[in-house]
Write a protein that binds this ligand. Structure first.
Ligand SMILES: Cc1cc2nc3c(=O)[nH]c(=O)nc-3n(C[C@H](O)[C@H](O)[C@H](O)COP(=O)(O)OP(=O)(O)OC[C@H]3O[C@@H](n4cnc5c(N)ncnc54)[C@H](O)[C@@H]3O)c2cc1C
Length: 417
């Protein structure tokens, strides 16, 4: 089938490639000059299933599982009362998430890890990546909570265990000896990888494999007719496809509204700060997550990246100074000599990015109500960890149209789309 994909973030490219492998004729439309220029530009890079599942588990409070206050989803006044109502709905849904939906998420993450490894090897996608994530607890209370959580994740078959402060310092030898550390939880196996680099390499592989990539091409509308879908440019130019997949991140909202599909989504914002490594021995081997601040510090090739904190509500704009200062502070606390994170040096990259989040905290992966229009959107803060699994699952569904437990849990129909 001739299929259009709108959006060349990690989810669009992964979907396009899986569809190409399934024998379809694919075209990716991207409004920017290249791929990964929006939500996939500079994420922390975490993709460990245990990290993602801990994020997505039901919560008793708004605070996110691995953190105290730092990584909580903050409601910003710009979100208005609609944002407030959305947050209440999200909180209640994540608390009461049914077991099949939790299982579907775990299955999707496992599938994603497998596909990420396979595609990386088969297509020789030589990107920055590393194994292991240490979740750092600075006091005994947090350590006890994290260790209890580790037991639950281990029972799900994940390689997670509590380690002493001493062992944590052996795993990450550059950890600041003066920073208070009661203990840590170690997540073994592939944990950190460069999302943007992988996406750009996948774009090249797609084009080598016969896929079409149309850059600088915004799509104004998708119009169904006679069992086909017209992909319409702002100047009215159109091309007809057998199906279209919306992978447009936060900009999916206007496309869906044009199709008469409502938007139950919220936009979340977060920051990252990247700096060149000074000395590799002083930098993290892979990544750490500071429980107190909710900030992660990861190694991505020759750079160190700090990221964390989520806001519900806000307008497009540059990175906020206070948020960046908080990231620099946590990175310097744990790895004081890893990178020069302060000041205005040009090598520093401060980034503020947005993701689309659904009110039940799960992505929408599957057919929409509009025949021929498929969705792969709303992965929230887990878009990189979920990308390969979601893409593979969607390509299988489009090709075989078979239902599975993942299909029903992630189906857009559950939210009326
Ligand atoms: C600070 C930060 C840290 C994060 N850390 C992590 C992490 O550690 N682990 C993790 O799993 N996830 C993380 N995430 C989330 C993850 O980065 C995103 O969920 C993911 O990259 C989204 O990918 P996407 O392809 O769905 O969307 P995007 O990357 O936003 O791609 C959508 C693309 O569609 C294009 N587009 C939109 N509308 C149109 C149109 N009408 N016509 C043409 N093109 C269009 C856009 O230009 C864009 O390129 C983080 C996010 C942020 C902001």
């Amino acid at each position: 089938m001739k299929i259009a994909i709108v959006g060349a973030g990690v989810n669009g490219l992964a979907t396009a490639h899986e569809l190409l492998l399934a024998g379809h004729d694919v075209t990716v439309f991207e409004r920017h000059a290249t791929a990964a220029e929006a939500g996939s530009f500079a994420p922390a890079g975490l993709l460990h299933a245990a990290w993602a599942l801990a994020w997505a588990e039901p919560q008793t409070r708004l605070h996110l599982p691995w953190s105290a206050q730092g990584a909580a989803l903050r409601w910003r006044p710009q979100a208005g009362w609609a944002g407030w109502a959305w947050r209440r709905r999200w909180r209640s849904a994540t608390r009461r998430r049914p077991a099949p939906a939790r299982q579907a998420l775990a299955d999707l993450l496992a599938l994603g890890q497998e596909r990420h490894a396979d595609l990386t090897t088969e297509l020789e996608l030589d990107h920055d990546r590393s194994d292991g994530l240490l979740v750092l607890a600075s006091d005994e209370r947090r350590f006890a909570q994290a260790a209890a959580r580790a037991i639950g994740l281990r029972e799900m078959g994940l390689a997670v265990r509590a380690v002493s402060a001493e062992e944590a310092r052996t795993i990450e030898p550059a950890l600041n000896p003066s920073a208070p550390l009661a203990g840590a939880v170690h997540l073994a196996g592939p944990a950190v990888a460069n999302c943007r680099e992988w996406t750009l390499l996948l774009r090249q592989a797609l084009m080598r494999g016969g896929g079409r990539f149309v850059a600088r091409q915004p799509i104004a509308a998708l119009e169904p007719h006679d069992g086909s879908i017209d992909v319409v440019a702002p100047d009215g130019e159109r091309e007809t496809f057998g199906a279209a997949v919306v992978c447009a991140g936060v900009d999916a909202i206007p496309l869906l509204q044009g199709l008469g599909l409502r938007s139950p989504f919220a936009v979340w914002w977060s920051h990252s700060l990247s700096a060149p490594m000074r000395e590799p021995v002083d930098a993290p081997q892979s990544g750490v997550l500071d429980l107190q601040s909710g900030v992660t510090v990861t190694r991505l090739g020759h750079r160190v990246r700090a990221s964390g904190g989520w806001d519900l509500g806000g307008d497009a704009g540059p990175a906020e100074k206070a948020a960046i200062a908080r990231l620099a502070q946590t990175a310097s606390l744990w790895f004081p000599a890893a990178a020069r994170l302060g000041g205005t040096q040009s090598a520093l990259q401060s980034w503020r990015g947005a993701v689309l989040a659904s009110p039940d905290g799960l992505p929408l992966v599957g057919a929409s109500r509009v025949p021929g229009v498929w969705l792969n959107i709303a992965h929230g803060p887990l878009g990189w960890a979920l990308a390969c699994g979601a893409a593979h699952h969607l390509a299988q569904t489009i090709t075989d149209e078979g239902a599975s437990s993942i299909s029903s849990a992630l189906s857009p129909a559950r939210l009326g789309l």
